[in-house]
Design a protein. Structure first.
Length: 128
């Protein structure tokens, strides 16, 4: 049976690595949380980053909480590929880390020491 609490819009170009998107979402946000994950081009994520964060450059991930039980994550696979090496991670490992990062933002977590602790905890749990 297909999980109806997560909707993934796959990229038009490129291949999406196999990650347990639903399992990660369920562990961090709960099974009843509805999540959209969209993979966008650099120009589109740049536009969204400018619109919502006033930063005029592409980013790797944006997270938008829509309600307490619903949110959206937008990811640029091109930016993930570019930045993975900067963090000494493989493409798949960095994408998994970003998924956790975005989910923690949807849960209300802000950048800082506690977020870093939770990112490490969940990254170790899922072994990306």
């Amino acid at each position: 049976m297909k999980d109806q609490s997560i909707f993934i819009k796959k990229p038009a170009k490129g291949r999406l690595p196999s990650l347990p998107f639903s399992r990660v979402k369920d562990k961090i946000l709960g099974k009843s949380y509805t999540l959209d994950i969209t993979f966008e081009s650099d120009p589109e994520i740049k536009r969204l980053n400018q619109l919502y964060r006033k930063i005029n450059k592409p980013t790797d991930i944006l997270a938008f909480p829509l309600s307490k039980k619903e949110g959206q994550i937008v990811i640029s696979l091109n930016q993930v590929k570019k930045k993975a090496g900067l963090f000494n991670k493989s493409f798949k490992s960095y994408l998994g880390y970003l998924l956790i990062h975005g989910l923690l933002h949807l849960k209300g977590q802000k950048h800082g020491k506690m977020m870093e602790i939770l990112e490490k905890k969940w990254s170790n749990y899922f072994h990306f």
